[in-house]
Design a protein around this ligand. Structure first.
Ligand code: PRE
Length: 100
């Protein structure tokens, strides 16, 4: 029979696995918009990087972290990685368009 501490640890790990699955699903959804964004930017003649939008996203991240009482440096790192990833996928779209 496992102790109550072991049971609680198991419970927490189960919840963490669920949260990780949700995070991956959300990252896939976020990144899944990249080809369409690239296509729209291509029509608009806009470039992949929009620094103002990136600044707004970082500011929004800081506000959300304050609301949730968490230190924002890790969240900002994650958000910046996701924006870089989005831009890589968009750049790939533009490479394909340009090679046609
Ligand atoms: O909103 C856009 O214009 C995007 O291309 C998306 C996104 C992002 O990942 O959030 C990516 C690159 C831009 O520099 C800004 C934001």
């Amino acid at each position: 029979m496992s102790s109550s501490s072991e049971k609680r640890l198991e419970e927490i790990r189960k919840r963490i696995s669920e949260i990780d699955e949700q995070l991956i699903t959300l990252i896939a959804e976020r990144t899944g918009f990249a080809p369409e964004i690239a296509s729209l930017k291509n029509s608009l003649g806009a470039s992949v990087t929009d620094s103002k939008r990136e600044q707004d996203i970082c500011e929004q991240t800081r506000i959300l972290c304050e609301e949730h009482c968490i230190e924002c440096s890790v969240a900002l790192k994650i958000i910046k990685i996701l924006m870089e990833y989005n831009k890589e996928v968009q750049a790939e779209f533009f490479r394909k368009v340009d090679s046609k």
